[in-house]
Design a protein around this ligand. Structure first.
Ligand SMILES: C[S@@+](CC[C@H](N)C(=O)[O-])C[C@H]1O[C@@H](n2cnc3c(N)ncnc32)[C@H](O)[C@@H]1O
Length: 286
């Protein structure tokens, strides 16, 4: 496997959370552990196939690849990522691994039945180029599914700590400054239509502390994500201390409650012979 150069984009596994690469591997694993059951329910509703070939684009170290292989053993999963080191950690049994760039997929036309991008679009400076590539490699009628966040609708928590607002805004601004977008959730359906997909739809999944201990929400609510920003001077140490204190208080509060929301968008690749909506009837991207 030869690694393409890292493109501009907001994902840098060594500087995403406290503890460098090891911390990020643990974060991705904890994040998948937290919400995969809810995500899988929505993926099934949206027609994730049980057979054929699924391209997991931006699969990284495989926290989701492994879970998909277990849940859908008859589905052939191809785990693709631009980062050869991360992909080296992806030891999902029975999954093929391919190093490649979302903007120039090393796959032939119309060769996969479905494509999943989970928390990838938010990091791409040119998500439209990646979705055009997804449309190219999908078989006619094949399905793309994107899972994402949106800062404006991340979920709900009680109690609320308004003093953390500027800190979360700083995190989003840092990602934006690196070419990413933490408000991509609201834009996904328009992006899919602009890339020519038909039957575009949006669903949400929710994960709450009714089903999980509050501590399990650490990948999203804990202060570790702020550590790289403090290390390179973009956030004062006092902000990290404040976030750590509020996370401790939240975990110690017996009345604390949290619900995280995830955005899932889907579309189908145009069917050969125009099985999709008439050109004139297809919704236009704004
Ligand atoms: C936040 S991680 C998500 C990993 C995995 N999808 C998950 O949900 O656990 C983002 C992933 O997208 C990959 N990625 C970023 N830019 C990419 C690109 N241009 N082409 C392919 N993969 C890319 C990163 O290397 C990383 O593995």
């Amino acid at each position: 496997m030869s690694a393409p150069a890292r493109p501009a984009g907001s994902y840098d596994p060594a500087h995403t959370t406290g503890g460098g690469l090891g911390g990020e591997l643990a974060r991705l694993e904890a994040q998948a552990c937290l919400s995969f059951p809810e995500e899988l329910g929505v993926l099934r509703q949206l027609g994730l196939p049980e057979h054929g070939v699924l391209l997991e684009l931006g699969a990284g170290p495989g926290a989701v690849t492994r879970r998909l292989r277990t849940a859908l053993p008859a589905l052939d999963v191809v785990a693709l990522d631009i980062d050869e080191t991360l992909l080296g950690h992806n030891t999902a049994k029975g999954a093929a691994r391919v190093v490649g760039d979302a903007g120039r997929l090393p796959l032939r036309d119309a060769c996969v039945d479905a494509v999943l991008l989970r928390y990838v679009l938010q990091h791409l400076p040119e998500p439209g180029a990646a979705l055009a590539e997804v449309a190219r490699v999908l078989k006619p009628g094949g399905r793309v599914i994107t899972i994402e966040v949106d800062n404006g609708c991340w979920g709900l928590a009680e109690p609320v700590y308004p003093e953390l607002g500027p800190i979360h805004a700083a995190l989003a601004a840092a990602q934006r400054g690196a070419g990413g977008d933490r408000t991509v959730g609201r834009r996904m359906t328009r992006m899919l239509r602009a890339a020519g997909f038909d039957e575009v739809a949006l669903r949400l999944f929710a994960t709450s502390s009714d089903e999980r201990p509050v501590a399990d929400f650490a990948p999203h609510l804990g202060p570790q994500r702020l550590e790289p920003l403090v290390a390179d001077g973009r956030l004062p140490l006092a902000a990290l201390a404040l976030a750590a204190d509020r996370w401790r208080r939240f975990q110690e509060d017996p009345e604390a409650w949290v619900m995280l929301v995830g955005f899932v968008a889907t579309g189908t690749a145009a069917r050969a012979g125009g099985g999709g909506p008439e050109e004139g009837a297809r919704p236009k991207a704004p």
